[in-house]
Write a protein that binds this ligand. Structure first.
Ligand SMILES: [Zn+2]
Length: 426
């Protein structure tokens, strides 16, 4: 869960363009990009989650709306601007931490997103989010579009295909500021969705270089803690980032050609030269994993396993859904896109919606079916969180212990352990 951080002292209040400062602004770190354009960041542990708030005579325009767990504070912040319900919400892509507040303001805001966004929000583990109609876009586009708002020309352009396949860039042309979704990820190594592609980051970063003038400042959906949550990149960091992408992939490719395994390359530190890019949630070893996988594992063409599991959950509940997963894994392994992440991710979706009883069934299923999963420590941690919510502290403690045993440096589990020990003594 994100830790609440104190905001920097914003100067915007003094500029009178935003009349009130909401209580909720203590929740976010607010960076004033311009008097009328704010960057709101939350602490996600090792990285920030960022949205933009643009205000003026026409009202409020938002770029991304934070995670479910942060949306109350987000609404309080926006309401505190006293400029009414936002006129526009632009969703840079469909991931949960960017769209939690899309439905917060009811049906009035016009939501804009990539053409693939609606379909993607109704597939895979996103099905279990069961987003209301208000979360979905009113207007989608495939290539580009322009909005005239608050005297600004805002250019939107398709930059999907690397981190995820439905990403868009939002360019405030007069302000010379662009939100570039997660394509350069705060100029750190990025994570890659199942619908993304490791090999497209270089191309899309170079596309940004052609879309944006050289005096543009760059905001990302996430920043690493090392460069600070008020970090804003510059255009001239783009070519260096694109080169890094090309070079790191080439290094791993050469390693594979020389018969090296993923583990041998990690052990040898083949990307140590680029370790400064390990600033957020993907380290050099994580990046090697991504690159090796894309170069050696054929692109997935199997059906979405989440669809039958979702139908089973709706009809007969969580235990039946996990049983269905197990049955299909045993009989139709080649037909569906099974992976060790699916049940864990579904459990996580249900946990964040407060459906704890069901979430533990999915976590237990994940742990039984994939006892050696790479992120088993995280499944145990999430299971501990769910059991805590259910008041089942013994089970919470035992999962938390297991999480720490599997990953001793996982700080969140250690913090949870301390909390659980206090609670169990009460
Ligand atoms: Zn994302």
């Amino acid at each position: 869960m994100p830790t609440v951080i104190r905001r920097l002292i914003p100067v915007f209040a003094a500029l009178c363009l935003i009349p009130t400062v909401a209580v909720a602004d203590d929740y976010f770190q607010v960076t004033t990009l311009a008097p009328d354009l704010l960057l709101l960041s939350t602490d996600q542990g090792s990285y920030s989650n960022n949205s933009l708030v643009f205000t003026g005579k026409d009202g409020v325009l938002l770029v991304d709306t934070h995670h479910d767990s942060d949306v109350e504070a987000f609404k309080e912040f926006v309401d505190g601007l006293d400029l009414g319900v936002p006129k526009y919400i632009i969703s840079t892509h469909r991931h949960v931490e960017h769209i939690g507040g899309n439905a917060l303001f009811g049906p009035d805001p016009i939501i804009l997103a990539h053409k693939l966004f609606p379909k993607k929000l109704r597939s895979g583990t996103f099905l279990f989010g069961e987003y209301p109609p208000e979360s979905f876009p009113d207007i989608t586009f495939e290539d580009s579009m322009e909005i005239h708002f608050n005297g600004e020309l805002i250019r939107l352009a398709n930059i999907g295909g690397s981190h995820d396949d439905n990403e868009i860039m939002v360019h405030f042309t007069n302000h010379k500021i662009a939100h570039v979704s997660s394509v350069v990820n705060g100029f750190n190594f990025p994570s890659v969705d199942g619908d993304g592609d490791v090999l497209q980051f270089e191309r899309l970063t170079r596309r940004l270089m052609t879309l944006l003038p050289e005096d543009t400042r760059i905001v990302s959906g996430h920043h690493g803690k090392v460069n600070g949550f008020d970090f804003v990149g510059t255009w001239d960091m783009l070519p260096t980032y694109a080169d890094m992408m090309r070079n790191t992939i080439e290094i791993v490719q050469h390693g594979l050609s020389a018969g090296k395994t993923k583990e041998q390359m990690q052990e040898a530190g083949v990307l140590d030269e680029y370790k400064d890019y390990a600033g957020s949630y993907v380290g050099t070893n994580g990046w090697i994993n991504y690159v090796v996988d894309v170069l050696t594992v054929p692109k997935e063409t199997r059906s979405d396993i989440c669809k039958p599991i979702y139908d089973s959950w709706k009809k007969d509940g969580a235990k039946a859904a996990v049983a269905r997963y197990r049955e299909l894994l045993g009989t139709q392994e080649e037909d569906y896109d099974f992976s060790e992440y699916v049940l864990m991710s579904i459990g996580g979706k249900l946990y964040s919606r407060g459906i704890y009883e069901d979430s533990v069934d999915f976590f237990q299923g994940a742990l039984e079916l994939y006892p050696d999963a790479e992120y088993g420590y995280y499944t145990h941690y999430l299971a501990a969180m769910s059991y805590e919510k259910l008041g089942r502290l013994d089970e919470a403690l035992s999962h938390c212990q297991e999480s720490i045993r599997l990953k001793p440096d996982f700080a969140a589990a250690s913090e949870l352990m301390t909390k659980l020990e206090v609670e169990s003594k009460e």
